[in-house]
Structures are given as C-alpha cells and as structure tokens.
Design a protein around this ligand. Sequence first.
Ligand code: IMP
Ligand code: MG
Length: 201
Amino acid sequence: MNSKADNIVEILVTQEAIEQRVAELGGEITAAYRDRLPLLVGVLKGCTLFMSDLVKLIDTPLEMDFISLVSYGSMTRPSGAARITKDLDCVIEGRDVLLVEGIIDTGMTAGYLLRNLEARQPRSIRVCTLLDKPARRIVKIPIAYRGFEIPDRFVVGYGLDFRQIYRNLPYIGVLSDKITGLDRNAATRHPHRDSGLTRHG
Ligand code: IMP
Ligand code: MG
C-alpha cells in the first residue's frame, strides 16, 4: 500500500520544529498587529497548512483572504510575468496586509504580488513566509517574518507540492531524485518550472 511519505529521503524541518517556530511567529505578529485588524493574504495553495496553523496562534482579531496565480517562464529564462487566477475577495485600500507564502525561492512570485497589491494602496504590506530559499533569489524581497531558511533543495510537505502531491505531509521533506528527476549535485533544474508554466503553492 502506498504511504504519503513514500520517496521522502530526508526530513529537513520536523513537525515539532514547525510547531515551535509557527508559535513564535504568531507571537511576533500578534505584538506587531495588535488592534490593527490585519488582513492575512494567503498565496494558494502552498500557504494553506501554514496559514491555518499560524492564524490560530495570532491573538488579535484578523481577517483572511486568498489569492492564486500562475507564472510564465522557465528556470533558465524566468520572465517575471504572472496572471492572477483567483483574486482577493476584499478591497485592501487602507488595510494592514500580511502576505503569507509557503516558500520564497527566486522571489519572482512575491515580487509580482507585492507590486500588484501595493498598487491597491494598502496602509502597509509585509511578507511572511514559512520557508526562505535565498540561494536562487533573483528579486529582492523584504521578508518581515521568516520561518526557516533552507538550502537549495526541492522540498515538499506542509502545503508544498511536487506535481500537486505531498502537500499533506506534516513536515518539510526532500523527495528522492528518482521522483524529481533532479541531480542533487547539479541542483539548478526545478521540475515545477520546466513546463514553462508554474501553478503556485
Ligand atoms: P519563486 O517565484 O521562485 O519565489 O517561487 C515561488 C513558488 O515556486 C512557490 O510558491 C512554489 O509554488 C514553488 N517552489 C519553489 N521552490 C519550491 C520547492 O522547493 N518545493 C515546492 N515548491 C517550490
Ligand atoms: Mg507547487
């Protein structure tokens, strides 16, 4: 019988470490946004598990909304072009917005979203990401709340997928090269981008 953990060769961030760090982030966000009714904007679908745990540990009233996008380009020729496939339901003008991401890699997605959302004139906008993979950063992103910095590995779990699978792992794991087709030492080809179209999260 198949297990959801099949082909996971290494656990990079354990469930316990995630729980502890998410609680710390919740505390920091509570202190920073107390009485400001922040709007947490989750970037689908990678944000889902992180966002649902995080909001439970934020002890001030808040609102939640979600956005979804696809981006164009490839690993070797990132275009920075993207299209929103599910926009926010609410108006963010004058609001204190916190963008919640599962992972920031090249920074193209977060960069696009920041430009797009800033044009709607929120009172403030900050970025919160569970994972930060700085090795491949192209667009500089100011990260206000960061769960973990990770090395340049393709990871899955806790909301993050490989071809839409593995999101339901309770930890962050590394997939076998057999599945990703990646050479661990070459480390620069990312399967989710090679199709030329990336569904985010
Ligand atoms: P960026 O635009 O390069 O920062 O990439 C952000 C998006 O790429 C994320 O929202 C994920 O969908 C995907 N991504 C980047 N690295 C990984 C990874 O290691 N595992 C799973 N998805 C990833
Ligand atoms: Mg994905």
